[in-house]
Design a protein around this ligand. Structure first.
Ligand code: NAD
Length: 259
C-alpha cells in the first residue's frame, strides 16, 4: 500500500526535491503539494501535481506531510494537521517556542518526527561526537563550525546545535548553560567547559559540519560534508514512509535509521 503524502513548500530548494523524489517513488503517493498562499506557483503543476495554497484543504486525505518551510508555516501546518491527526515529518530549522508548542500538541494525537538533518551520515556523526566527548572528558575543548550557502536564514544551523548538544551530552553538560555563538573584542581566555558554535556563510555550500575536540598536543576533527540536497529529501521521505500509521508521539531519525 502506498502512503499518501502532502509536500509543503514545493517552490523551495528542499520542497521541490522532496516533491520530485516523492513523485518518482513507488512507496509514496503525492496527494497534495501546498505552498504559501501568495506563491506564484499556486495553481501550477510540478511532476503532475497541482500546487495548492490552502493548508487545511491540502492536508485533508493525507496520512503524512513533509515540511521544509519556515517556522511560521510549520506552526500553521501543525495546527491544521492536529484536527485530522496527520503525521508530520518536519525539517524546518530555527523553530521557535510557538512552532515547538504546536508540534507538541500535534504529537499528542499523531506521530511527529522533527530532524535538523535527515542524512544517515549526520545522524551517525552525532553518535560519534557524543562518544568522543564522553571518552575524552572535560579536559578537551570542544567547538563546532558549520558552513552553508548564502541564502540560509537561520544561524547557527539546526544540525550544528544538534552536534553541540551531542557533545554536551557526552560530557554530562546542559548545552544551554555552556553554548557560545560569537566571539568578538576582548573576550579573554576561553573558559573551560564552554562549547562554541560558529557559522560561516557563502556561495552554494549545501552543508558542512565539523566537531573539533582539542587536547594538548593533539586534536580530533569529525566532519560531515553534504554534496546534494537529495540526501535530506530522500531521508525525509524514508522517514515519512516509516512514520505513517505509528502511534502518536515524538520520534527521531535514530528510530528510523535503527541507530
Ligand atoms: P526555501 O526558502 O528555499 O523554501 C521555503 C519554502 O517554504 C518556500 O517554497 C516557501 O514558499 C514555503 N512556504 C513559506 N510559507 C509557507 C506556507 N505558509 N505554507 C506552505 N509553504 C510555505 O528554503 P529551503 O532551503 O528549502 O529550506 C527550508 C527549511 O528547511 C529551512 O528551515 C532549512 O534550514 C531547512 N533544511 C533542513 C534540512 C534537514 O535535513 N532537516 C536540510 C536542508 C534545509
Amino acid at each position: 500500500m502506498t502512503v499518501r503524502v502532502a509536500v509543503l513548500g514545493p517552490s523551495g530548494r528542499m520542497g521541490r526535491r522532496v516533491l520530485e523524489l516523492a513523485a518518482a517513488s513507488g512507496e509514496l503517493e503525492v496527494a497534495a503539494a501546498i505552498d504559501a498562499p501568495d506563491s506564484p506557483l499556486v495553481g501550477q503543476s510540478i511532476g503532475g501535481v497541482t500546487i495548492g495554497g490552502d493548508l487545511a484543504a491540502g492536508l485533508r486525505g493525507c496520512e503524512v506531510y513533509v515540511d521544509f518551510t519556515t517556522p511560521a508555516a510549520t506552526e500553521a501546518a501543525a495546527r491544521a494537521a492536529a484536527g485530522a491527526r496527520i503525521a508530520a515529518v518536519v525539517g524546518t530549522t530555527g523553530l521557535g517556542a510557538a512552532a515547538e508548542r504546536a508540534l507538541d500538541e500535534l504529537a499528542a494525537v499523531a506521530p511527529v518526527l522533527v530532524a535538523a538533518n535527515f542524512s544517515l551520515g549526520v545522524n551517525l556523526l552525532l553518535i560519534l561526537a557524543e562518544t568522543a566527548a564522553r571518552a575524552l572528558g572535560p579536559a578537551v575543548d570542544v567547538e563546532v563550525v558549520e558552513l552553508h550557502h548564502k541564502h540560509k536564514r537561520d544561524a547557527p544551523s539546526g544540525t550544528a546545535l544538534a552536534l553541540a548538544r551531542a557533545l554536551a551530552a557526552g560530557r554530562g553538560q546542559d548545552l544551554d548553560q555552556v553554548l557560545r555563538t560569537e566571539r568578538s573584542g576582548e573576550v579573554g581566555a576561553r573558559p573551560g567547559g564552554e562549547i562554541g558554535v560558529m557559522a560561516v556563510r557563502g556561495g552554494d555550500v549545501v552543508g558542512e559540519h565539523t566537531a573539533y575536540l582539542f587536547g594538548d598536543g593533539e586534536r580530533i576533527e569529525l566532519t560531515h560534508r553534504a554534496a546534494s540536497r537529495d540526501l535530506f529529501a530522500a531521508g525525509a521521505l524514508r522517514a515519512a514512509a516509516w512514520l505513517a500509521g505509528r502511534a502518536p508521539g515524538r520520534y527521531t531519525m535514530r528510530d528510523v535509521l535503527g541507530l
